[in-house]
Design a protein around this ligand. Structure first.
Ligand code: SF4
Ligand code: SF4
Length: 211
């Protein structure tokens, strides 16, 4: 094995579901360089909430939110390359403007990333770690952690609500919908985070099925 490709971005770095840092550290331990995918988390870190955008702009008015996310990954010493996923000329120009003569994030910029991560993470509505203990025995085959993830994404990035709804409809084609929960309680007995799954599914049904 010559390299390992990992999902890494500043929001997923310490995420218990993605474990970017844990996977990265393992690669370092085994001397394997890392190729980064999802540095802007499917585009969501290119369209950060206004408060985070202000934070970034205060430090550097010319730097795009995507540049912060991509430079964060490219600053990791064991990273070989970052797959930035550009899809038009504007993104290509932006990307080359900071990658051609690359400067790693300095200490002040790293501190700003920590602030941004905390602010976005604070908006997590349902503290699900995606362990899947709940969904394995669900008689309705409801994709509980996947739905919770979509709901959390929507709370963190309200501008992506239509994307979350789209993904919800897609997942619901092969799984039970949130509204199909029969309240048997199996899932709540399994959840190590003690999440009120049944009530949260009702909230999701209202959010994703009635709009
Ligand atoms: S309470 Fe609902 S979501 Fe939980 S296992 Fe039963 S049917 Fe599935
Ligand atoms: S058991 Fe709890 S923490 Fe684990 S996936 Fe289900 S809801 Fe999330």
């Amino acid at each position: 094995m010559e390299y390992v490709q990992l999902q890494i971005n500043y929001l997923d770095w310490e995420s218990p579901a993605i474990e970017s840092k844990t996977c990265y550290d393992l690669c370092v331990k085994h001397g394997k360089p890392v190729i980064v995918m999802e540095p802007v988390k499917g585009g969501s870190l290119a369209r950060v909430p206004e408060s985070i955008d202000r934070l970034f702009k205060q430090y550097n008015p010319d730097a795009s939110p995507a540049s912060w996310a991509i430079r964060y990954c490219a600053s990791l010493p064991n990273v070989l390359t970052v797959l930035s996923g550009m899809s038009n000329m504007e993104q290509l120009d932006d990307n080359t403007s900071y990658m051609q003569d690359f400067q790693p994030l300095n200490d002040e910029e790293q501190a700003i990333i920590v602030q941004a991560t905390e602010a976005i993470s604070d908006a997590i509505a349902i503290p699900c770690t995606a362990c899947h203990y709940c969904s394995e025995g669900c008689p309705q085959q409801i994709a509980i952690p996947e739905y919770f993830n979509l709901y959390n994404m929507m709370q963190q990035f309200p501008q992506l609500k239509s994307n979350s709804k789209l993904y919800y409809d897609l997942i619901a084609k092969s799984h039970g919908k949130a509204s199909e929960c029969i309240e048997c309680g199996q899932c709540e007995a399994q959840c190590p985070q003690h999440i009120d799954i049944i009530d949260n599914l009702k909230l999701l049904a209202t959010t994703f099925e009635e709009s």
